[in-house]
Design a protein around this ligand. Structure first.
Ligand code: FAD
Length: 279
């Protein structure tokens, strides 16, 4: 298959318990059969999951796989960020997902420190040169707080010009939005790889709730069809697997550089999609 050379990466979130950590080791082992470029681990804004993220990154590295910690910077002082990056560098991390993050409403008033992801990219590149490969976030359907589509594209271009090496998108179920976004930023002279973020669908209600806040659209036909299955989780999963796999096939066929899966700490659906894609 022509897409079998394109790499995959998988995203996890930090666990809170020893049982969760042990389960994640098994999940990663299942997904490591796809020879991932890296495993990434999210991190709560304001350092809320700092220990859990550090632990997961340590675990991933000890499994012999490249690890990419997410670093949401909002409200952090440059000195705190450098302290954390020094720790990551010492551990052997060479890949950072540089983000703004979301501070809960009401908490941010009067807060100092970094405000936007482009400032973080600049800080990392100024301080460390190319010692870290820096990924940033991209929003094919635009970030929910962006003043306009144009503004959001300009923001992405600003992050790329600050030195981002590549990007991972928010999830989407409309491949055209991805291709349009790539065309738009390439038209502004930015040609860093933009990797589609892929979210498998296990539960419609959870996905719908999350999509409302992060600005990802579930197409009307898909939303209605999934809703019509009510509690029939087998039917939801079957349709969602077909839809997501077909979208991945098209993305790879039409030029996506690789795929990044939001695993939600589960291997099952992601693994099925990878196998259907011929990995
Ligand atoms: P930015 O690029 O800074 O943009 C944020 C908003 O501000 C946008 O609306 C943009 O248009 C606008 N903007 C940017 N610069 C300016 C400026 N100079 N002036 C005015 N407006 C501006 N969150 C977490 O907390 N932890 C995670 O681990 C995490 N992982 C993620 C992984 C991926 C792949 C993605 C896509 C998102 C992730 N998020 C995570 C969510 C992310 O932090 C939120 O979407 C956040 O609201 C924006 O982060 P950003 O890095 O895209 O911000």
């Amino acid at each position: 298959m022509s897409n079998d050379k394109k790499q995959l990466s998988f995203e996890f979130f930090p666990t809170r318990t020893p049982e969760g950590r042990a389960k994640q080791v098994i999940t990663r082992k299942q997904l490591s059969q796809y020879n991932p470029e890296f495993f990434s681990c999210t991190s709560g804004a304001g350092g809320s999951t700092k220990e859990g993220t550090l632990q997961a990154i340590q675990d991933i590295l000890s499994e012999g796989i490249a690890a990419a910690p997410h670093l949401p910077c909002v409200g952090m002082q440059p000195s705190e960020i450098i302290e954390l990056l020094d720790i990551y560098k010492e551990m052997g991390v060479r890949h950072i997902v540089a983000l703004r993050g979301d501070i809960p409403s009401g908490v941010g008033a009067g807060m100092s420190g970094l405000r936007y992801a482009n400032e973080l990219v600049e800080l990392i590149k100024n301080q460390y040169g190319n010692q870290f490969h820096v990924e940033v976030a991209a929003y094919p359907e635009y970030h929910p707080q962006a003043r306009s589509a144009e503004d959001d594209i300009n923001n992405f271009v600003r992050k790329a010009k600050a030195g981002a090496d590549s990007a991972i998108t928010q999830y989407f179920y409309n491949a055209d939005s991805y291709f349009r976004f790539v065309d738009d930023v390439q038209g502004r002279g930015v040609d860093i790889p933009i990797i589609p973020g892929i979210m498998p669908i296990a539960s419609f209600s959870k996905l719908a709730r999350f999509s409302d806040t992060c600005g990802a659209e579930i197409p009307r036909w898909l939303r209605l069809k999934l809703q019509s299955y009510a509690d029939d989780t087998a039917a939801i999963k079957a349709l969602a697997l077909d839809v997501v796999t077909e979208m991945c096939e098209r993305l790879l066929r039409e030029g996506a550089p690789s795929l990044h899966f939001y695993t939600l700490n589960q291997a099952g659906l992601v693994s099925t999609i990878c196998q259907r894609l011929g990995y």
